[in-house]
Design a protein around this ligand. Sequence first.
Ligand code: AMP
Length: 128
Amino acid sequence: MPVSGLPPYDRSNIFARILRGEIPAKKVYEDEHAFAFHDISPQAPVHVLVVPKGDYVSLADFAASAPAETIAGFWRAVAKVAKDLTLEVSGYRVLTNMGVHGHQEVPHFHVHIFGGRPLGRMMPRADD
Ligand code: AMP
């Protein structure tokens, strides 16, 4: 059973196919816990996705199911990728979309790293 409002993991999702090398990606970083690559439709000058190598649908699934070592390794990789992209001084944003209201399109847990320009408010306000 899924741990959240998302369906069970489907190994045909696009990020699973990237991890298996079946379709290309512009790789930024890889270690035992994570794989990072440029988003195909960047929303900022730097827009990189970081995915765990295991079969996790969402953050909810990852937090509930992944071993603690995997969770720590994954988040360290996220911070390392941002640092390696020289975003630490200027700053950056990390975001994950979860489920329907989060507008999650790809059902393999992933984190977006945005940077390279001032990113504005976290969420637009109604009067913006
Ligand atoms: P989300 O709404 O959080 O599921 O975002 C999915 C992201 O995956 C979007 O920003 C897409 O542009 C990105 N994306 C979809 N297909 C690919 C691909 N083949 N390579 C790189 N990024 C992709």
